[in-house]
Design a protein around this ligand. Structure first.
Ligand SMILES: *[C@@H]1O[C@H](CO)[C@@H](O)[C@H](O)[C@H]1NC(C)=O
Ligand SMILES: *[C@@H]1O[C@H](CO)[C@@H](O)[C@H](O)[C@H]1NC(C)=O
Ligand SMILES: *[C@@H]1O[C@H](CO)[C@@H](O)[C@H](O)[C@H]1NC(C)=O
Length: 504
């Protein structure tokens, strides 16, 4: 999950609350989504604080530091929760400038430790906790109805991989501290987290690393991969020149092997073309009347011009108007009562259309669960409205993160774009279109390649297209959260991918 689909009213409310937090910085007019005065910087908003009484060094089994990263430390404990037979760790990455990222790690269940790669998982939002992905999509356990407990889940992605769930950006889930409202900064923190993680657990360091995410993860994943790749290049060249300091020698080249994005928002200019098509003329029955879709589509030319300006300038001033204008395309869909994450079903419950989201909130707000995991904060929210609003004001939403992908492909890092074919908000049409339009050395070859059936247990699970190190996968019968709707097929997907086996 999840491109956090706020109604415009909720969005306005969240922006208004940010405005109240720092009235000197801007004046916001909620009903128009208009912003007057100057745009805020990324440091606006107040920090989220730990809960008095929960902070305690004695709850950690290990506090890890590295001379090469003097401003960071990792606090670690070994919880017994979720899949109790699986080795697991949880804790915080702390930075000197008051950032505290929560993580939860699970060792691979069904292969020897040394053979398993690491998968890093990030949910979207912006502002949603990766623990929603853990407890309803691909973790080794799934929350039970009512949220009092969680049960073993056979299709967890830690079947053949070690999986790390990280709560980022800051102030999402159990993470807290200073606010960070752009994907690039968030990517750099994840790089430091991984250095410390491998330093603490060298037993996981010698295999491959796959960075995966969903929805707004279409921003985080390329940003994180770029941060890792560039830091690796710098490290390697210093190593070759023999100019690494004693402290720097503690760092390592992070074994970034691939990235994966599920139902992501990555290239908005291309993707915003397909809202009308997905609502009225997809492979599923239409959700809206044709004239509503026509009206949605009629906004695209203006929307496209605004996004082009954002791509060109890449600052809040250019990007914010695109967000405000283009997201009005979503109003009709929202009013229809259909689920924006799945055209096949209605939006149910008060919590992002999936009642299970409320169960996750209940589970992670249980003091016993928080104690077992070592949370420093007593309130868990599956999606933070404040972080969402901050990213919106920062203009991050419409920025061209697909441009980070070609350098990765050229460096031999494999790239998987996959999409459940019933999702509306980050639909497969848009994801396939940007995959085909991507400017890289294999563009022509990828366009010329035919789609082929991806078969799981004798049944077509989707349609795949691969060329060299780039794959697009359309997943049949899945909404926005592929592993939630198609757990078996999603497990086949990740297992094939990490084994570098073809989809067809
Ligand atoms: C956990 O391990 C025990 C002992 O090895 C075994 O009996 C049990 O079936 C396992 N439980 C699960 C859910 O795998
Ligand atoms: C629906 O899609 C098909 C094929 O993609 C296209 O030929 C047709 O014109 C579309 N219908 C409308 C009303 O847009
Ligand atoms: C992936 O990229 C690497 C490095 O460019 C290359 O050696 C390899 O052949 C590529 N894989 C495929 C399947 O083309």
């Amino acid at each position: 999950m999840k491109l956090y689909f706020s109604s415009l009213l909720a969005l306005a409310a969240s922006l208004a609350s940010l405005a109240e937090a720092s009235p000197a910085q801007h004046v916001f007019q909620p009903h128009l989504g208009g912003l007057t005065g100057h745009l805020p910087g990324s440091s606006m908003g107040s920090a989220r604080e730990p809960t008095v009484g929960l902070l305690s060094d004695s709850k950690w089994s290990k506090i890890e530091t590295m001379a090469a990263l003097p401003n960071y430390q990792l606090r670690i404990k070994q919880p017994h929760l979720c899949a109790t037979n699986t080795t697991q760790y949880s804790g915080y990455l702390d930075t000197a400038d008051d950032k505290h990222f929560f993580f939860w790690f699970f060792e691979a269940r069904n292969v020897p430790r040394d053979d398993a790669p690491v998968v890093l998982w990030m949910n979207g939002g912006p502002g949603c906790s990766s623990f929603t992905g853990l407890l309803m999509e691909l973790g080794p356990c799934r929350v039970d109805k009512g949220g009092k407990s969680a049960s073993d889940f056979a299709y967890g992605w830690n079947d053949k991989a070690h999986v790390i769930f990280i709560d980022q950006p800051l102030n999402v889930g159990y993470s807290y501290g200073k606010d960070v409202f752009n994907s690039i900064a968030a990517g750099q923190d994840v790089y430091s987290f991984l250095q410390l993680f491998y330093h603490s657990f060298p037993e996981y360091a010698n295999t491959e690393l796959h960075v995966f995410g969903e929805s707004y993860g279409g921003h985080y994943v390329p940003a994180t991969a770029k941060a890792i790749h560039e830091a690796n290049l710098e490290f390697t060249s210093k190593q070759e020149l023999g100019v690494l300091s004693v402290a720097e020698k503690e760092k390592r080249v992070l074994p970034l092997t691939s990235i994966g994005i599920g139902n992501g928002l990555t290239d908005p200019l291309t993707q915003y073309q397909f809202y009308g098509k997905m609502a009225c003329n997809s492979t599923y029955p239409p959700v809206l009347k044709q004239e509503q879709c026509d009206s949605m589509d009629s906004k695209y030319p203006t929307c496209a011009r605004l996004i082009e300006a954002c791509y060109r300038w890449q600052n809040s001033l250019a990007c914010y108007p695109a967000e405000m204008y283009c997201n009005t395309m979503m109003v009709a869909y929202q009013q229809s009562g259909a689920n924006p994450y799945d055209v096949r079903i209605p939006c149910e419950g008060s919590n992002l259309c999936y009642p299970i989201m409320s169960d996750i909130d209940t589970f992670l707000n249980d003091p016993a669960v928080q104690q077992e995991l070592g949370s420093d904060v007593s309130k868990f929210e599956s999606c933070s409205q404040k972080v969402y609003g901050g990213f919106i004001l920062n203009g991050d939403w419409m920025k061209p993160y697909h441009r980070e992908v070609p350098p990765l492909l050229d460096a031999g890092i494999r790239v998987l774009i996959y999409a459940g074919d019933a999702d509306w908000i980050c639909n497969w049409y848009g994801n396939k279109a940007w995959s085909e339009a991507l400017e890289w050395s294999g563009k022509g070859g990828f366009q010329a390649e035919k789609d082929a059936d991806w078969v799981v247990d004798g049944k077509a699970a989707g349609e795949a297209r691969s060329y060299k190190n780039f794959s697009f996968l359309r997943v049949f019968g899945a909404g926005h959260m592929v592993p939630y709707d198609q757990p078996e097929n999603a497990l086949d997907m990740i297992n094939r991918w990490i084994a570098n086996k073809p989809f067809y």
